[in-house]
Design a protein around this ligand. Sequence first.
Ligand code: HEC
Length: 159
Amino acid sequence: MFSKGMQSRVVKVSLMIVGLSVAGAALAQSARDQLIAERLAPVGSVCLTGEACVTGSSAAGSSASAAAPATAQAASAEFSASATYEQYCAMCHNTGMANAPRRDDAAHWTARVAEVGLATLTNNAITGINAMPARGMCATCTDEQIGEIVQYLSGVTAQ
Ligand code: HEC
């Protein structure tokens, strides 16, 4: 069917394709490694009220915190309460870590808002309370933004 010359060209082209996909796989793997490293990094920067925070070399040296200012700037231009919640608050308030009241515990939030009011909840989130770190560790969040996230978290909106 194929002439000899044609056959060897087909072989060469297929070898090139194999070579390209091997290089592609290697690139994809290194991108995955970097992503995994970035996802693992923020865990090291958790700190609780009353405990010494890891703010120095290890936190500043991680690629995640190096990327943080750019993300924060984008966030302040286009703030989203739910996205900021997912980024900063979810790890405690979705899991109940450190006895944080969970976002899905509607009964807790309704009772707590009735007890002290949304303004006090917001203020406690800003200043920190017990194991709840100030601003939920969102250093770039404004008071107003924390207020919006507290409404998202509690499911109770300001009148
Ligand atoms: C390191 C874990 C942690 C993170 C991160 C965190 N919280 Fe909390 N949060 C807690 C804990 C623990 C409590 C319960 C404190 C208590 O009442 O003793 C709490 C309580 C609260 C309360 C209720 C305060 C009250 O007076 O009942 C609000 C509101 C709140 N957090 C908002 C937030 C917001 C908003 C964020 C993200 C910007 C956030 N939290 C991030 C741990 C966390």
